[in-house]
Design a protein around this ligand. Structure first.
Ligand code: GLV
Ligand code: MN
Ligand code: MN
Length: 427
């Protein structure tokens, strides 16, 4: 691989104690008395976390603002005028009973880098932009990356009323309740000319780096996801009085569909596809009543966009066959669809070169999870810098990454921004 222009590595290192303290303070917001962290998109906890971190950025003297749908941004001017920004950041929302690191690590790395820039009085030619994206997790609305999709112009006005959470609250209502102004969606959008590159530090959410004792992964391709809502409608009835042969048990059908989803992803056509039934809501959910209705949520992931959509179609077809045989009805609908993305080659090369100069062992690798940088790739070159996840655990309270590993991610981010600033200025 041809190398990019070299630059002296700055003698600047992330401060582990400062990183640990930021993680601790953020983890206090939304700490769930039952387990882990529950700080879902557009909740008061997510807002509180944005305000906390926004305050830190303001204390660094950075003009900080919140856009009309809740993305928080901090700007650091560049030495040259009229240049597009180098942006970096991640998200602060979590899944229900999630961990303390998914998204948070990228935000903490962003604040740490802004702090190091201030301390070392580093001057970049391009302006820098720290970003905290709103509502990245698809956990609440099914649709992931709401904040970044709005910035990239991929969220429509129709989406604001179409997309609902489990309580039926629309995105528009959730944004309004959180104090935002979804009618100004158009103003959230960034132009291609506003941003030269975006970098996101993130936990791997898998066990490859840990198993290879490697501190850094550079993502080449990010998986897409297609999500479905499926309602299985049977007939509720008395569990004692209804003979087995005259039942239309919605849960028994949903169970067979669940196994069919697993079998499809394990089958030879779909090697590499991941398909999961993550939600089964059973009604009326009583021991002495045959289940009359089941609400299912199905998440399909793939690096191949054709196979992703084909898998979703085939799941719906297999579910209909099962339903017909069992005498229940199926209503299936795609509620979210995000394409897989190959990330920028030149950014990856620049960051890998920095890793080599820092003496850090790195590898290229795919991301099975979705990310804001995947969405932002539609308007700018983007890079994702992975740091190891203990036991690969994520979206669970056990999620964990060492402060030393996060500091290494922040070091790579800091030096990469300076390198990218040089490469862009020279081009
Ligand atoms: C994001 O965390 C995802 O579910 O991919
Ligand atoms: Mn994340
Ligand atoms: Mn996540």
């Amino acid at each position: 691989m041809a190398s990019l222009p070299k630059r002296e590595i700055e003698p600047v290192k992330a401060d582990q104690a400062r990183i640990a303290d930021m993680l601790r303070q953020i983890a206090e917001i939304g700490a769930d008395p039952t387990a882990g962290i529950s700080r879902v998109g557009f909740s008061k906890e997510e807002r509180q976390a944005h305000e906390l971190v926004g305050g830190w950025l303001k204390n660094l003297g950075l003009p900080t603002s919140v856009d009309p749908i809740g993305n928080t941004m901090a700007a650091r001017p560049g030495a040259a005028s009229g240049k597009p920004a180098i942006a970096f950041g991640s998200h602060l929302d979590s899944v229900v009973h999630g961990g303390k690191f998914d998204g948070i690590v990228g935000v903490v790395a962003m604040v740490e880098v802004m702090t190091l820039m201030a301390e070392s009085r580093a001057a970049t030619k391009h302006p820098l932009k720290g970003v905290i994206f709103a509502c990245e997790e698809g956990a609440r609305f099914g649709e992931p990356c709401i904040g970044s999709k709005a910035i990239a112009g991929m969220l429509t006005e129709t989406d604001l009323t179409r997309i609902r959470d489990a309580e039926g609250i629309t995105l528009e209502q959730a944004m309004t309740t959180a104090g935002f102004n979804p009618s100004q969606l158009g103003d959230v959008r960034w132009n291609h000319d506003d941003v030269a590159a975006l970098l996101e530090v993130h936990i791997e959410q898998g066990r490859i780096l840990e198993s290879e004792s490697r501190p850094i992964g550079l993502v080449d391709v990010v998986s897409g996801s297609t999500r479905m809502r499926m309602t299985v409608a049977g007939r509720a009835g008395h569990t004692g009085g209804t003979p087995m042969q005259s039942r239309a048990d919605a849960l028994a059908a949903a169970a067979e569909i669940t196994l069919a989803v697993e079998a499809l992803a394990n089958g030879p056509t779909y090697r590499g596809t991941r398909a999961t039934v993550g939600v089964l809501d059973v009604y009326p959910n009583r021991i002495t009543t045959i289940p009359g209705r089941v609400e299912m949520r199905i998440d399909v992931r793939d690096f191949d966009s054709d196979r992703l959509r084909q898998a979703a179609r085939e799941i719906a077809e297999r579910a209909r066959n099962i339903a017909d045989r069992r005498g229940v009805a199926i209503d299936a609908e795609v509620i979210a669809d995000t394409s897989p993305v190959v990330l920028s080659m030149w950014l990856r090369r620049a960051v890998s070169q920095v890793c080599g100069e820092l003496g850090l062992d790195w590898r290229f690798m795919p991301s099975g999870a979705g990310h804001d940088a995947q969405i932002m790739a539609s308007i700018a070159p983007t890079a994702i810098i992975f740091v190891p996840s203990k036991d690969g655990a994520s979206h669970v309270p056990e999620e964990w990454t060492s402060v030393a590993d996060i500091a290494r991610g922040a070091d790579v981010l800091y030096q990469s921004i300076l390198r990218i600033d040089d490469v862009l200025a020279a081009s």
